[in-house]
Design a protein around this ligand. Structure first.
Ligand code: DQA
Length: 147
């Protein structure tokens, strides 16, 4: 099983940006945790990050070409307005889980709406780094049950 994690804009600034919201661990800490968990859960993992919408779309299309089984995506601020990322997720039809470190529903009103979640199997938010691990478990369970 091959899963691609796609992180959107500003997630590479974890540990620097708004620590009260996102914590003081950095992006490398996140990647290390996810690599560890992928070994325990026994699946192949690749992680990419981009601050550019079109590159995120290229990563989603690459996931199709490279036959990934699932996608875990944190589109960052693009969550709230990127119809292009929504369309890309719908185009490839790869089971995807949307993750947010923060609880977007407890924050500014413009964060309450996700346009991209409707292209995903589900959404997890508010659990920090753990949300990605929860997404792995949800995706593995979903993929095994849809065989
Ligand atoms: C975020 C929430 C978004 O609203 C914000 O723009 C981000 C991070 C999160 O992980 O909580 O960049 O996706």
């Amino acid at each position: 099983m091959k899963i691609l994690v796609i992180n959107g804009p500003n997630l590479n600034f974890l540990g620097i940006r708004e620590k009260g919201i996102y914590g003081d661990k950095n992006y490398e800490d996140l990647c290390n945790l996810l690599e560890e968990r992928s070994k325990e859960l026994k699946f192949e993992l690749d992680i990419v990050q981009s601050n550019i919408e079109g590159e995120i779309i290229n990563h989603i299309q690459r996931a199709y070409n490279k036959k990934y089984d699932g996608i875990v995506i944190n589109p960052g601020a693009y969550t709230h307005y990127s119809i292009a990322i929504y369309d890309a997720l719908k185009s490839v039809n790869i089971p995807s889980v949307e993750v947010h470190l923060s609880n977007i529903h407890r924050r500014e009103e413009f964060r309450h709406k996700s346009v991209t979640a409707a292209a995903c199997v589900g959404q997890i938010c508010g659990f920090g780094f753990l949300g990605y691990v929860m997404a792995f478990q949800a995706l593995i369970d979903y993929l095994e049950n849809s065989k």
